[in-house]
Design a protein around this ligand. Sequence first.
Ligand code: ARG
Length: 246
Amino acid sequence: GSSQSTSGQAEAGKEAAAGGEKKVLKVGTDAAYPPFEKLGPDSKPVGFDMDIIKAVAEANGWEVQIEHAGWDPLFEDIEQGKRDIAISCITINEKRKKKYDFSDPYFDAYQLIMVPESANVTKVEDIKNMRVGVQSGTTGAALAEKILGKGNTRLKGLDDTPSAVEELYAKRVDAVVGDNGVLTDFLKNSGKAGYKVVKDPNVVPEQYGIMVKKGNKELLDGINKGLKTIKENGKYDEIFKQYFGE
Ligand code: ARG
């Protein structure tokens, strides 16, 4: 750490300051989650989360190297230390906190149910007898599983959320459960008419956090400090407006 001051480290510090050799943060995401993360031109992940982590890194004088990992690998890679950070609309919950550490929350979210406009759905219990598509391993999947029952064959788990929505469009499932920001984006931008999203007010809200390997306190402190900085200096609001309006 920087508190140690052997002459060697002091030299390294000087060199970094002079030569601009910055700490490079390895960031992973599941870039199939617009507008938070998607593959941009040249196949680099772009989106709200990417802008946030870049701003947090900048506040710390770090550089970032962002890669698309996919949802399940994202978690494994952090555990194995292959990457430093995962930012991917990851909901902070007790189960995940046992294995990983999370930053302060940076975004509020909730689950929505996406169904054809004609569907008679007002609350999450209404999907009990339906075929339901979810992204495996997400909080939406856990919610659907709670309603349908574990191992129910009508519950269809997909590797990413766009695939779950495709199943709905293809009428192979009757409903999709997923995060509000992404399903709303599909509704607005996929060009498919005849669908709606339903919010059950009794479903508990969620918050996204930036995930690091358990025990990586120094990194987490830097991230939290960076988040605080960008919330105070207006950068967070600027990014938020860019993606979600006022
Ligand atoms: N918020 C949900 C969860 O944590 C879904 C996040 C999925 N993110 C993604 N980039 N595919 O389970």
